[in-house]
Design a protein around this ligand. Structure first.
Ligand SMILES: Nc1ncnc2c1ncn2[C@@H]1O[C@H](COP(=O)(O)OP(=O)(O)O)[C@@H](O)[C@H]1O
Ligand SMILES: [Mg+2]
Length: 236
């Protein structure tokens, strides 16, 4: 098992937002957590990255308890996040933005190969590598945010609501890249999304999160056909 959260609880001051959630991810899986706005998706992802603390429960990664590890330490273990509404550095070039993803990396010898691998995934970023990030379109900036998380070649990629604000055609493009990374590069991915249809379409398994509790989980294809999921999340 690559990641396992057991009875995870997250609070903001005295208000509990995530009420004892358990889920796991095997190496090589693409998993999504779907749920409405405010369900607790971002809280869970941030707790897995170590950006916010877990108030209860445990998170283990590669069979080690990481619940108390700081985020930069988790990053060194190969966990990276594409945050919700990820911001790029507007006054840095595309290349400089990507290089920030290598911060803290010990072995710098393979930087050129990581960079060319990243540019192959997002050719538009290669074309624009010397441009300031602020000159990119919204969709290109979203790709840049993903590239920055990928350049370190993580083992587990956490992706928060990447489809938000993107045109449908770009959502498809970004999801195609995620599917490719999972299938061909064996990258394990945890997606959290309000866009249930798009995320279920590329996931192996999924969890449905309702106000801080997991109400359903299973095979993504089966969930797509589930009447309750259809009614609440697929507009059918
Ligand atoms: N920084 C914060 N301070 C207080 N409450 C928060 C904070 N962040 C999130 N919450 C609350 O926690 C709940 C879950 O939020 P969030 O994890 O952002 O959900 P989602 O990502 O599914 O929209 C919501 O009720 C939200 O208002
Ligand atoms: Mg969120």
């Amino acid at each position: 098992m690559l990641l396992e959260a057991k009875d995870l609880r997250i609070s903001y001051r005295d208000v509990e937002a995530v009420h004892g959630v358990s889920f796991h991810i095997e190496e090589g899986e693409l998993i999504s957590i779907i749920g409405a706005n405010g369900a607790g998706k971002t809280s869970i992802l941030n707790a897995v990255m170590g950006i916010i603390p877990a108030k209860g429960g445990t998170i283990s990664y590669q069979d080690h308890d990481i619940t108390a590890l700081p985020a930069h330490h988790r990053a060194r273990l190969g966990i990276r996040i594409v945050p919700e509404r990820a911001r790029v550095f507007p006054l840095l070039t595309v290349l400089e933005n990507i290089m920030t993803g290598l911060y803290g990396l010990k072995n710098k010898t393979d930087v050129p190969s990581r960079l060319s691998w990243t540019y192959d995934l997002f050719p538009v970023l290669k074309e624009r590598s010397k441009q300031l990030a602020q000159t990119l379109s919204g969709g290109e900036q979203q790709q840049l945010a993903i590239a920055r998380a990928l350049v370190s070649q993580p083992k587990l990629l956490l992706v928060d609501e990447v489809s938000m604000g993107l045109m449908p055609i770009l959502v498809d493009k970004v999801f195609d890249v995620l599917r490719y990374l999972n299938k061909e590069e064996n990258l394990t991915i945890l997606l959290v999304e309000q866009n249930a249809l798009a995320s279920l379409s590329i996931s192996h398994r999924a969890y449905v999160l309702e106000t801080g509790v997991i109400s359903l989980h299973g095979d993504a294809q089966t969930l797509k056909e589930d009447p309750a999921v259809k009614k609440s999340y697929l507009g059918a």
